[in-house]
Design a protein around this ligand. Structure first.
Ligand code: NAD
Ligand code: LMR
Length: 341
């Protein structure tokens, strides 16, 4: 008789060496959603085991202990280990991905750039610690606000790491824009493509609807209502973060964690043919954006290297909006000059 009893020990999936992923601010709202998505395999795939390196400040370490207990209690087969620390060298040690979330969120009535004075200083030592301790293939996604300029600070303090490895998150804005277009057109979000967010993750961002497509057709043909685009679509996307704070009393968290997962997946996997995604990357001067600024662009990737999609046309009003968001990022850069190297 054949013994069909399953073996009591299972081969762990992702038997290759685990990938170390650092998450700062791990005990916060976004962390509470993000960590479980990572540990379940949604970030790097279901064939990849991971070690979570969780960085927090001292007052949050007790709360982080509880989060770690919950991670254990999920019995995620892909979770090969969890380290918690307040020490940046330890936190970034061997990290192939660094998700920089830890920072203070804004309150109702504030603009994100008002956080620069509080949060900017966090990203200088983190940039250094990444340069000195992370794995040679490290890639960094900055979520903490104002994320573009915080990313610029981290990047500038890590000149040993190629600048192309630093990203700030525009994906939440892209997802918001796609959802608004889909709702207005009465289609699934899956039908919306080519939806880039240009510039800053702030209320000056430009959601480039002129180049977006719905079911393969220009969005402006499917939704033939220019006033809706200028008076409803753009301000809704630009102010969605503030609307959530107003309603919830807290800033977005689950959708932000979801966007971080989407952003990493879009960086590490090839962009579908003909489409692009929104990522804030180091400017090489595309679309008149000053070189070196951390700017939201339409980006395509082959899963390892990315390029900004060039040659998209913009109307005069669109160019004016793009100039506004460039000017804001230049002003933010000037404000943090003492944190840049
Ligand atoms: P939160 O206050 O719930 O959590 C932040 C965590 O960061 C806290 O646990 C805190 O202890 C920790 N922290 C603070 N300083 C730290 C430091 N120096 N090192 C490590 N950890 C530190 O906030 P949240 O809702 O999780 O939001 C975190 C950040 O993400 C905020 O800046 C928020 O504005 C930003 N955010 C960005 C986007 C985006 O699209 N880019 C979306 C949502 C939120
Ligand atoms: C968001 O867009 O929801 C976040 O950046 C939080 C905020 O301050 O708006």
């Amino acid at each position: 008789m054949t013994d069909t009893t399953p073996s009591p020990t299972r081969t762990p999936p992702g038997s290759a060496k685990p990938v170390h992923i650092t998450v700062t601010g791990a005990a916060g709202q976004i962390g509470y959603s993000l960590l479980f998505r990572i540990a379940s395999g949604q970030l790097l795939g279901e064939d990849r085991s991971v070690v979570l390196r969780l960085v927090e400040i001292e007052p949050a370490m007790k709360s982080l202990e509880g989060v770690v207990m919950e991670l254990e209690d999920c019995a995620f087969p892909l979770l090969a280990g969890v380290e918690t620390t307040t020490n940046l060298a330890k936190g970034f040690d061997g990290a192939s991905w660094a998700l920089l979330v830890g920072s203070v969120p804004r309150k109702a009535g504030m603009e994100r750039k008002e956080l620069l004075g509080i949060n900017g200083g966090i990203f200088k030592p983190q940039g250094r610690a990444i340069a000195e301790n992370a794995a040679p293939d490290v890639r960094v996604l900055v979520v903490g606000n104002p994320c573009n300029t915080n990313c610029l600070i981290a990047r500038s303090n890590a000149p040993e790491v190629p600048p192309e490895r630093f990203f700030a998150m525009m994906r939440l804005d892209e997802n918001r824009a796609r959802a608004q277009l889909a709702q207005r057109a009465g289609v699934s979000v899956a039908a919306v493509s080519n939806m880039a967010i240009l510039g800053n993750h702030s209320s000056t961002q430009y959601p480039d609807f002129e180049n977006a497509r719905i079911a393969g057709r220009p969005a402006t043909e499917v939704i033939a209502d220019p006033v809706w685009f200028s008076d409803t679509f753009i301000p809704t996307v630009q102010r969605r973060g503030a609307a959530i704070i107003e309603a919830r009393g807290l800033s977005s968290a689950a959708s932000a964690a979801n966007a971080a997962v989407d952003a990493v997946v879009s960086i590490r996997t090839p962009t579908p043919a003909g489409d692009w995604t929104s990522l804030s990357v180091v400017s090489g001067g595309e679309y008149g954006v000053p070189e070196g600024l951390q700017f939201g662009f339409p980006v395509r990737t082959d899963g390892s290297t990315w390029t900004v999609v060039e040659g998209l046309s913009h109307s005069e009003p669109a160019r004016e909006r793009i100039k506004l968001t460039i000017d804001e990022l230049v002003a933010e850069r000037d404000e943090v000059a003492d944190l840049l190297t």
